[in-house]
Design a protein around this ligand. Structure first.
Ligand code: FMN
Length: 207
């Protein structure tokens, strides 16, 4: 029996948002294939994930060095620990997010900042950083209206690439399922989306 964490960064309704459709398709196929697993869902918009910033940075520094925290820093530390502990307790993680304005929505970027913490998910060595979370399986589900999988657009795709890089720092080789081009090729949009949702369900059944 595995613990699987589903994280969503899109607050649009499923009938309008392709990445939410992917999330739903993956979740339902996964549950069907793994009825005994423990499934946890984290909706980053509903959770109103706080921006990662000075309160969290200072709180982590003070905790590591034995200083007293202010009430505000204690709150920030508790939030950071909640996201980190939940992630570390998961065997598998699904991250679903769209490409909006060339990047991932800011709640997902904040979430990744909470996860990339030295001493927890990676450590510094003389030879550079080494990942500590390589035992986790992670899949990224993302949709984008244009085609970014081929040159020259692949160089400006900034939703999946930075998240994969941060996870790589943690030792995680994330798999990805992408639906793309449904806005660029509107005459084929329905087929592109249907194929992608089928693929998401297939990956979920063996994940
Ligand atoms: C606010 C916003 C910004 C977007 N920016 C881009 C973009 O920069 N490039 C692109 O190809 N598609 C863009 N799109 C289209 C989305 O990538 C497309 O709707 C895709 O399905 C992911 O969003 P969704 O899951 O909310 O549907 C944008 C859509 C929205 C709503």
């Amino acid at each position: 029996m595995a613990n699987i964490l589903f994280v969503k960064a899109n607050d649009r309704p499923a009938d309008q948002a392709v990445s939410v459709k992917m999330y739903d398709a993956f979740l339902s196929a996964y549950k069907e294939a793994n009825p005994n697993d423990t499934v946890t869902e984290l909706d980053l918009y509903a959770d109103q994930i706080p921006h990662f910033g000075n309160d969290t940075i200072t709180a982590n520094y003070k905790l590591a060095n034995g200083y007293e925290l202010t009430a505000q820093e204690q709150k920030a530390a508790a939030t950071a620990a909640r996201y980190m502990d939940q992630f570390l307790a998961s065997d598998k993680v699904v991250l679903a997010f769209p490409l909006w304005n060339y990047t991932a929505p800011s709640p997902m970027i904040s979430y990744i900042s909470y996860l990339t913490q030295a001493g927890k998910t990676f450590k510094y060595t003389e030879n550079g950083p080494v990942g500590l979370a390589g035992d986790k399986k992670v899949v990224l589900l993302s949709a984008r209206g244009g085609v970014y999988s081929v040159e020259p657009m692949n160089a400006i795709e900034s939703a999946i690439r930075p998240i994969k890089a941060a996870l790589g720092l943690c030792g995680i080789q994330a798999e990805e399922v992408v639906i793309e081009g449904h806005n660029q090729f509107q005459d084929r949009a329905a087929d592109i989306i249907a194929d992608g949702l089928r693929q998401a369900a297939e990956v979920a059944a063996r994940f």
